[in-house]
Design a protein around this ligand. Sequence first.
Ligand SMILES: [Zn+2]
Length: 132
Amino acid sequence: MAAEREKIYECEVKRRRVRAGGGYEAFWKVKTLVEALADLDTEFRCKDCGGAVKLLGRNGKAGTVPFVEHKDPSDAAFCSSGLLFRKSTDGREARLSPRPVMLRTGLPGVRPDTIALPAFVPAPIVVEGIEN
Ligand SMILES: [Zn+2]
């Protein structure tokens, strides 16, 4: 008998939106994995505990639906959508991941939601010199 797998079909994806005061800010948005892959999202986390997840089931085989599972079994053990949590019989309570995936900014000490991303700069157009 195949081992039961944790399959979570919805996740949070990192998105950017225009801020009222200008620039962009990152935020998490709940989507199904099908939508996230169609939108070419690349950063995911568990929508219930914020923990790191692995993306599985996207090999394109007919009938395959993409899903995520927790990378860390201790997240799965205490997340309301975790397989280990749902199978537990000790009456434990769900909690958030102690190591949630953060909106990374690359700037230590700066709150990610306060960072304005630089405006898009188009690549310079190179014009070959014409010799007469
Ligand atoms: Zn979780």
